[in-house]
Design a protein around this ligand. Structure first.
Ligand code: X2X
Length: 341
């Protein structure tokens, strides 16, 4: 960010104090430069609706603020892994970032609650819940950690399990299966409950981890399996819909609050509007992506999700996470989706 008076003042004082050096010029902004020059980063391939719609929002923001706010977009892990980008966001090196609630849970534990296995029946349950009481509860916790979450989440999707070695047809097929999971205690716990052997790997390294057989499988929505070209290094996809995952649009609170209210309003409104558009893009894409992936040679495997859910139940997964999330958060989730444990 260019908006850092204290540091500039410190520099000026030090230099002026050290010697009568005539270069103590105050750095001024060229007439056409933005007042707030910020960065937004994500982990999505450039062809994924998340990358496309957030870029559009940044362009609208520049226009609607008359050039006062310029947000440079860095898609596709250009600034590093999710874990790296979260650190950058917290330190202020990065001002905006979209992150899966499950990964955010390494900082804000309750943020992984939407990932509880088989919690949401369908999108008619997802959006009212995440735009409603449960989303508010999570946003409240995010705010306690120096971050600010915009009102509308972006969709990632229902997740399916891909593999290179064998089809995953039943929960028993997961026994000892070497699967990549994102960096999140909930993911590791869930795949351990399935009897698999999960390894934490950030998304920027997933393609090569699959290619070199560090792991034999991974799980992601079909939209990402397509846009990240994971079908090139995987043979099968099991349609499990084992969890719904979405991205919080996060701001570094300090950087966001450095903007006057009228600019903050434009920024949030535009990223929220793009979130709605992105949800619709994915809904449309979900009608065609299976066909696309089949055409590319990925073999689809139908499963009985109830059997997978039964294994989680028997392993004590729901009881464990009910305890971890606590009565208030768990109750809010169950109010929306029905009894889970
Ligand atoms: O890391 C993943 O698998 C991804 C891209 O789906 C998330 O952001 C959680």
């Amino acid at each position: 960010m260019t908006f850092r008076l204290p540091r500039r003042r410190l520099l000026a004082t030090t230099v002026a104090g050290a010697a009568a050096f005539p270069l103590v010029a105050i750095r001024t902004r060229p007439a056409n430069a933005a007042e707030f020059s910020y960065k937004y980063a994500n982990n999505a391939p450039v062809t994924h609706p998340l990358a496309i719609r957030t870029s559009e929002a940044a362009a609208r923001i520049k226009e609607k603020t008359g050039g006062r706010v310029e947000i440079k977009v860095f898609p596709n892990n250009q600034l590093g892994s999710d874990t790296d980008m979260l650190s950058q966001l917290r330190s202020g090196a990065l001002e905006f970032f979209t992150l899966s609630g499950l990964i955010l849970s390494t900082l804000v534990p309750v943020a992984s609650i939407n990932g509880v296995g088989f919690a949401f029946k369908d999108y008619d349950q997802v959006w009212p819940t995440m735009d409603g009481a449960l989303g508010s509860l999570v946003r409240g916790e995010i705010a306690k950690r120096g971050l600010y979450a915009f009102a509308k989440m972006y969709d990632n999707g229902y997740r399916e399990i891909t593999s290179s070695t064998k089809p995953i047809k039943t929960p028993e097929d997961l026994s000892g299966f070497k699967i990549r999971v994102p960096a999140s205690p909930l993911w590791t716990s869930m795949f351990k409950a399935f009897g698999a052997s999960p390894t934490t790997i950030n998304f920027n390294e997933v393609y090569s981890a699959l290619q070199t057989h560090v792991v034999d499988g991974q799980e992601n929505p079909l939209s990402l399996i397509d846009t990240a070209k994971l079908y090139e290094v995987q043979k099968y996809v099991a349609i499990t819909n084992h969890m719904w995952d979405g991205f919080w649009f996060l701001a570094n609170k300090h950087a966001f609050e450095a903007m006057p209210a009228n600019l903050r309003e434009i920024v949030e409104a535009e990223f929220n509007a793009s979130a709605i558009a992105e949800r619709e893009d994915l809904a449309k894409m979900n009608n065609t992506v299976a066909g696309t992936l089949k055409g590319k040679g990925l073999q689809f495997v139908a499963t009985d999700p109830a059997a997978f859910r039964g294994v989680l139940k028997k392993a004590g997964f729901y009881e464990e996470w009910k305890g971890k999330f606590g009565a208030e958060a768990w109750g809010t989730l169950e109010k929306a989706v029905g009894n889970l444990a």
